[in-house]
Write a protein that binds this ligand. Sequence first.
Ligand SMILES: Nc1ncnc2c1ncn2[C@@H]1O[C@H](COP(=O)(O)OP(=O)(O)OP(=O)(O)O)[C@@H](O)[C@H]1O
Ligand SMILES: [Mg+2]
Length: 262
Amino acid sequence: MRPLIVKLGGSVITDKRRRFAVKRAVLKRLARELAAAEQPLVVVHGGGSFGHPLASEYGIAEGYRNERQLMGFSLTHRAMEELNAHVIKALQKVGMSAIAIQPSACAMIDDGRIKSMELEPVRKLLELGLVPVLYGDAVADRSKGMGILSGDQLVAYLARELGASRVILGVDVDGVYVTGSKGDTRAKLVRKITPSDWAKLETSFGAPKGKDVTGGMANKVREMLALAERGVEVEVVNAAKPGILKRAILGERGLGTRILAR
Ligand SMILES: Nc1ncnc2c1ncn2[C@@H]1O[C@H](COP(=O)(O)OP(=O)(O)OP(=O)(O)O)[C@@H](O)[C@H]1O
Ligand SMILES: [Mg+2]
């Protein structure tokens, strides 16, 4: 059966304004919602207040320029491992056989884009019934030395390579807004985005609320449009609201912003 890929946004499971702040109760609830899945599941999570601040402080996404960044690379990865451990534990507590897959050990990027990734273990573990859990990470970059592989890019890549049936991205807002972001009274929720209407929407985007070294919402949509064009259906939903992620996982459409080929 084709897997479902769900991203737990760093915006949902952490407080992006405070360093290393996991939202434990939210994570616990989301684990229960994920456990409702009736098909093979791959979970990806973002960096939130673990990965982004360190990656930004050391300029990891800009590539290797000085020796100080080596410690930055080490610290960024370690912070992601810590957040990942929280996610894995939360999933295990609700009976899910979650298994961490370390992106920096199996993915190579070049100028920020995935060039190769060893996915045989992921495929086999998924087939056995385990739930692979990957995350945005500091990774080796062929031309720039080092870089950041965002959870969003990872989701798109995995969806393609694993032949996902659908992708659900959980964030802390109701979906994609135009003319601003959360808090902006003029902001309007978009129900559907396709490659053809993206050009005019793209210009009215707000900046991410907290630190986001991988381009926040606009870049998320760009990654997902490329995926939608390959026939994978995507929806961005508000996972901060109880029950929404579960309903999406169980097949409901239209709860947030759908990103589709047409
Ligand atoms: N046009 C927009 N529509 C919706 N949200 C927007 C928009 N512009 C900016 N945002 C902000 O983008 C945030 C979601 O993107 P962000 O990258 O911060 O979260 P995330 O991807 O879940 O986190 P992480 O990268 O850690 O996984 C929302 O919290 C919202 O405040
Ligand atoms: Mg992000």
